[in-house]
Design a protein around this ligand. Structure first.
Ligand code: NDP
Ligand code: 2IT
Length: 444
């Protein structure tokens, strides 16, 4: 394989998809060597079959708003690769959603799911519908209209969606309800469901907790204690909230959180009581993070990201490309020694280069945020055996999975000087499993 040529061919065939090109470029740049050790891969053109999704569904979603106006949005589902299990991955509702973003997410998901040690392929879906400012009834009607189109293409053994940006327990509940009505089956074709109807304990917590468990494994390699460390977190949604909760319980000091309007800086640290306010603000009233600063009298910076604040550890948990080269240089200049990604692809290629050149602990999202989809996999297992595990059992399994992912990254990413390149480790480990499964199943 010649990574540059594969990439330029993809860019020619699929123009105007920069996020998709970015995600593919990052993986190709790190797996080229491992790939070329297996000449049989090239004979079967494995790389194109792995980079181009198996199929893409796109459809119009039509719904009626509270004023009686008929609205249209676009809906998508990318079934990227099912070599190791059913397509699996979240659904994103956000005004920025387009094919490029969902293709990058489905591509990433394939490697992430491979790393989890569970049998799941990769997929992603979503819509350019923005839940912001919509009533509960509008959200429900939109979810039902979305599933009226999508339900034929998903199922417990074929494709199992879950949440992502703009899709949490409420939206999964509405989508799953409509799915059941259309498909007339009750076997759990969604994860992140409510606890009363097949959801798993610890699924809401899983991405944030898992990211902190991964961070602890990284810190252990340098004998660093998390206690007392200053952490900058971005986002204030599902992933950010549970990241902060776990960090507080371990004695770390979280000084920032953000939303798409700006960030708050709390020099005293966000404690349990303040975090309870954020849960209420974001999950119940669906307000803005600025209100935290008003309530607790701390700094709020409109239209900016938190990476200029001095911290030991950064945990980006909002969205893609939220740390650019300048942000990375600011973090490093302020002494940041670990970055563990809760979001998918939050660091630009330039930022990643800065982190790796500086040899800090840097965990890419596909390793560090894999806890969410891992507990989704455990939810599928519980649905299959028609049992529910305790939170202790699920949490213990989550910890073990994050430990195993870390071990795989160390195995495939340790350089001759001892530095662990987690990007390379995660990509090569994730890739090899999918590649071997594809080879064994023939040219499809
Ligand atoms: P939520 O919708 O719960 O929260 C998203 C947060 O990020 C909100 O604070 C939101 O602010 C902010 N945000 C969203 N888009 C932007 C943007 N364009 N610029 C700045 N801020 C933005 O989503 P999640 O917490 O579930 O997801 C966060 C990240 O984690 C995403 O990258 C997602 O793909 C990833 N992830 C999620 C998993 C999960 O299980 N949920 C699993 C693994 C990864 P606002 O309220 O203003 O929109
Ligand atoms: O990016 C992700 O891993 C998710 N949004 C979770 C996917 C899932 O199927 O739980």
């Amino acid at each position: 394989m010649n990574a540059q040529k594969v990439l330029s061919d993809l860019k020619r065939r699929f123009p105007n998809e920069p996020e998709y090109h970015q995600a593919v470029a990052e993986v190709l740049g790190t797996i080229e060597e491992a790939y070329n050790e297996h000449p049989e891969f090239d004979r079967y053109n494995l790389i194109e079959r792995l980079c181009i999704p198996d199929r893409v569904f796109s459809f119009r979603v039509t719904w009626v708003d509270d004023k009686g106006q008929v609205q249209t949005n676009m809906g998508y589902r990318i079934q990227h690769n099912n070599a190791i299990g059913p397509y699996k991955g979240g659904i994103r509702f956000h005004s920025s959603v387009n094919l490029s973003i969902l293709k990058f997410l489905a591509f990433e998901q394939t490697f992430k799911n491979s790393l989890t040690t569970l049998p799941m392929g990769g997929g992603k879906g979503g819509s350019d519908f923005s839940p912001r400012g919509k009533s509960d009834a509008e959200i429900m009607r939109f979810c039902q209209a979305f599933i009226a189109e999508l339900w034929r293409h998903i199922g417990p053994q074929t494709d199992v969606p879950a949440g992502d940006i703009g899709v949490g327990g409420r939206e999964v509940g509405y989508m799953y309800g409509m799915y059941k009505k259309m498909a007339r089956e009750n076997t759990g074709t969604f994860t992140g469901k409510g606890l009363e109807f097949g959801g798993s304990l610890i699924r809401p917590e899983a991405t944030g907790y898992g990211n902190v468990y991964f961070l602890l494994e990284m810190l252990k390699t340098r004998n660093i204690d998390i206690k007392g460390k200053v952490v900058a977190v971005s986002g204030s949604g599902n992933v950010a909230q549970y990241t902060v909760q776990k960090l507080i319980s371990l004695g770390a000091k979280v000084i920032t959180m953000s939303d798409s309007n700006g960030y708050i800086y709390d020099p005293d640290g966000i404690d349990e009581e303040k975090l309870a306010y954020i849960f209420e603000l974001k999950n119940l009233y669906r307000g803005r993070i600025r209100e935290y600063a008003e309530k607790y009298g701390c700094k709020y910076v409109e239209g900016a990201r938190p990476w200029n604040e001095k911290c030991d550890i950064a945990m980006p948990s909002a969205t893609q490309n939220e740390i650019d080269g300048d942000d990375a240089r600011a973090l490093l200049a302020n002494g940041c020694f670990a970055v563990s990604e809760g979001a998918n692809m939050p660091s630009t290629p330039e930022a990643i280069e800065e982190f790796i050149n500086a040899k800090i602990l840097y965990a890419p999202g596909k390793a560090a945020n894999a806890g969410g989809v891992s507990v989704s996999g455990l939810e599928m297992t519980q649905n299959s055996i028609k049992l529910s595990w305790t939170k202790e059992e699920v949490d213990a399994r989550l910890k073990q999975i994050m430990f195993d992912i870390h071990t795989q990254c160390v195995k495939y990413g340790t350089q001759s000087d001892g530095y662990v390149n987690y990007v390379k480790g995660a990509n090569v480990a994730g890739f090899m499993k999918v590649a071997k499964a594809m080879m064994a199943q023939g040219v499809l």
